[in-house]
Design a protein around this ligand. Structure first.
Ligand code: AMP
Length: 211
């Protein structure tokens, strides 16, 4: 089962990927999460990526394509995977094709820009395990503390309103064309991303199960 989630930043790709990955016992591969880990660890790749990520710009294609090649070669990807946040440009999608990887479903989670800006202001992340939360829509049991591992919640530097605007502009100009790319291959399904989390999961599951 090879799945790809497309959608604007904050559309709910990461949240749905966590749920669907659990349900189908496949790993989620998030280039954003891998880059954040590299930045936190201060690796060469992390240092290279930092200025792009913090400005809401895309990290160069060759860097993220390299990350994906390494990650998809690991054993846990043999039974399938979810791509969350990759590809984000047509050249990245072409690189995936060149690796001989054909997706079963490409699911675009559709949320309007106004809702995205409102959502991003409440978005929180566990600084330890990376789990996603929202102050209003996905609150933790104890404020500021991760339900899963007890880590402290943080706000991503690139979730600041001024950076979110740039990330949305980047999404529309560079990533949204991927919808046409995968529609032409007959792989694209659009899912409305402004319903409840459970309703969105149900719609994604229906696409996967071919209902
Ligand atoms: P995300 O967690 O998916 O929102 O990604 C956070 C940031 O990491 C993005 O704003 C980009 O700067 C960078 N990034 C993640 N995935 C990619 C990708 N496929 N191509 C280029 N940059 C990426």
């Amino acid at each position: 089962m090879k799945l790809m989630f497309l959608g604007a930043p904050g559309a709910g790709k990461g949240t749905q990927a966590e749920i669907i990955a659990d349900k189908y016992s496949i790993p989620t591969i998030s280039t954003g999460a891998i880059l954040r880990e590299a930045m936190a660890a201060g690796t060469e790749m992390g240092v290279k990526a930092k200025s792009y990520c913090e400005a809401g710009k895309l990290v160069p294609d060759d860097v993220v394509i390299g990350i994906i090649k390494d990650r998809l070669a690991k054993d846990d990807c043999k039974g399938g995977f979810i791509l969350d946040g990759f590809p984000r440009t047509v050249p990245q999608a072409e690189a995936l094709d060149a690796m001989g990887i054909e997706m079963d479903h490409v699911i675009s989670i559709e949320v309007d820009d106004e809702s995205i800006v409102e959502r991003m202001s409440g978005r929180r992340l566990c600084g330890k395990c990376g789990a996603s939360y929202h102050t209003v829509y996905i609150p933790t049991k104890v404020a500021g503390i991760c339900d899963k591992c007890g880590g402290e919640l943080i706000t991503r530097a690139d979730d600041k309103p001024e950076v979110v605007k740039d990330r949305l502009a980047t999404y529309h100009s560079q990533t949204e064309p991927l919808k046409d790319y995968y529609a032409a291959k007959g792989k694209l399904a659009l899912v409305k991303g402004t319903d409840t989390i459970d309703a969105i999961t149900a719609k994604i599951s229906a696409v996967i199960d071919g209902i």
